[in-house]
Ligand binder design. Sequence first.
Ligand SMILES: [Zn+2]
Length: 119
Amino acid sequence: MDTKFRGHRGMIVLMQFLSTEGPFCRDCGLGVFRHMTSRTLVQGWYGYASLIIAPITVLMNLARRDKVASLAAPQPNPHAPSHQPMDPGPRLLQRPMTWIGLLIPVALVTLVVIAANSN
Ligand SMILES: [Zn+2]
């Protein structure tokens, strides 16, 4: 399956766009999706533009996840040497990084609101 999963890292003034392009089998695609998305949730928020780019990156990955998730389980290719499928690892919501990452924008918004309400 040809698709591309993206990552984003915001560093106040610098930002970094990451991507890993297929073709992916189901397991490799899910593995890359989970890794890139949970990392973006932790590292993606730090900068004005990044605050917008990070959720867009996550949504794009979620939309593409379905394409690889609906593939059949990878089978060894009988006609050619085939690669060992990647271990897709724990599901996105079973990764602590995902939850830490989801709390970061909440914490940032809370700080901004507190700062805006104090003289
Ligand atoms: Zn694979």
